[in-house]
Design a protein around this ligand. Structure first.
Ligand code: URA
Length: 435
């Protein structure tokens, strides 16, 4: 039901202001966000405004005000009673991005509280909660006091963000999703940072991805988003840095849910694919540095089992059995090399779409995912391959799904000759931003 506006501003005038390239005042932004969340400003008015923001942008001050106004619509968490530093990571999402799973226990091992509020997947990028729900018994939803107790006793927690965290963002994001206004940097930055600042972390590392499997494909746009979010975090008193990371190629050798958990456990056991370990260690170093522990030997905690111990305790604390077998899909379809040579291309986005079509992701919020579905990669760009060797295996419960997944990856991988250029877009961690 519509409720009266807390202060008299004219929504149409606000839309005109942004449409005509002028700045909104702090009072206008505060009123607008509150009034929209309460149902006074209509969706069609907010859509016009978000399109004006998409086209004309916002100043640093406006973005900061928008973020603060979104935070003010919900609760703000506070972990100061824990008496230890807090640090968190946010990734803009990519194909095979399971880094939160090994990262949380790795950082928590060093006495940092890691309150990792996560989401479910929509479209071709997977969701951390979907992956963890492959573990029998594991529970994503915790009360505030359960979360606090786990941070105190285990050191880290990955769980679902409650509805009270920046409710304005939930409403606004759903609207942007259907009005072609998701990719506006002021709106992405305020959406992500309102949740992270409200979550109460004192240190934050942003993994901002670029490349074919990323939300923003172009590195210049990813850099602008990273810079905007670092400024927002810093302005709010959160020690914030960002890594720009390459998402042209899937991360690791697994895309799905249960298979990504398996790979994360390999990293926690000191092994796993080189790129997953490298990014986990790089982000952990950033979090520890931001939280005031710059000189610890991060990789040693993967190799000597300390991070694995924390993982097992965190999974158990949420009802999961870290030793239980993980689900597998009923059907497999291997794809083999048709010639000897070098794998020169493996594009992230088509592989993400294929995993989604196999049942690893959802098309609508209410869909269930198949935890065993997905793709195991057996070779990465630069690897030498022999004719007949499996390059990747598709997993699905229903074999009828294989055809559309194969359609998605047709032309997305290529075998060339020794010396041909490798299409992977360069180093995994391209740049760092922040203090
Ligand atoms: N993730 C978010 O939380 N918000 C956005 O706007 C985009 C990605």
């Amino acid at each position: 039901m519509r409720t009266p506006p807390p202060e008299p501003f004219d929504t149409v005038e606000i839309i005109h202001t942004k449409r005509d390239h002028r700045e909104l005042t702090t009072q206008q932004i505060n009123w607008l966000v509150e009034a929209y969340t309460r149902g006074y400003v209509a969706d069609e008015q907010m859509s016009a405004l978000t399109m004006a923001i998409f086209l004309n942008g916002m100043s640093r001050r406006e973005i900061r005000d928008l973020t603060a106004a979104m935070i003010a619509t919900g609760e703000r968490m506070d972990y100061s009673a824990l008496g230890k530093p807090t640090a968190d990571k946010h990734s803009t999402g990519g194909v095979g991005d399971k880094i939160t799973l090994p990262l949380m226990p790795l950082v928590a091992t060093f006495g940092i509280a890691v309150p990792q509020l996560s989401g479910r997947g929509l479209g071709h990028t997977g969701g951390t909660l979907d992956k963890l729900e492959s573990i029998p018994g594991w529970r994503a939803t915790l009360s505030g006091s359960e979360m606090f107790a786990q941070l105190r006793d285990v050191g880290g927690v990955i769980c679902a963000a409650g509805a009270e965290l920046a409710p304005a963002d939930k409403k606004l994001y759903a609207l942007r999703d259907i009005t072609g206004t998701v990719e506006a940097i002021p709106l992405i930055a305020s959406s992500i940072m309102s949740k992270k600042i409200a979550e109460g972390t004192r240190a934050l590392v942003l993994d901002v991805k670029f490349g074919s499997g990323a939300f923003l494909t172009d590195i210049a746009r990813a850099r602008e988003l990273a810079r905007t979010m670092v400024e927002l975090g810093t302005d709010a008193g959160v020690a914030t840095s960002a890594l720009l990371t390459n998402m042209n190629v899937p991360l690791g050798l697994t895309i799905g849910n249960a298979n990504e958990v398996r790979e994360s456990v390999e990293v926690l056991a000191g092994g796993g694919p080189r790129d997953v370990r490298e990014l986990t260690v790089a982000l952990a170093r950033e979090m520890l540095t931001m939280a005031g522990h710059p000189d610890v030997d991060v990789a040693a905690a993967l190799d000597d089992g300390r991070a694995m111990d924390t993982w097992r305790r965190a999974i158990r604390a949420q009802g999961g059995d870290p030793d239980a077998p993980l689900p597998t899909a009923r059907e497999q379809h291997p794809v083999t090399a048709d010639r000897d040579g070098v794998l020169v291309a493996q594009e992230a986005l088509p592989f993400g779409i294929a995993a989604w079509r196999l049942g690893a992701g959802r098309a609508r919020k209410e869909d269930a995912v198949s935890h065993g579905a997905g793709i195991d990669l057996h070779a990465k760009p630069g690897d030498h391959v022999r004719a007949g060797q499996p390059l990747f295996t598709l997993h699905a419960d229903d074999p009828a799904r294989f055809a559309r997944a194969l359609e998605a990856v047709a032309g997305a991988w290529r075998i060339g000759d020794i010396g041909d250029p490798i299409v992977d877009g360069g180093p995994l961690v391209a740049e760092r931003l922040g203090a």
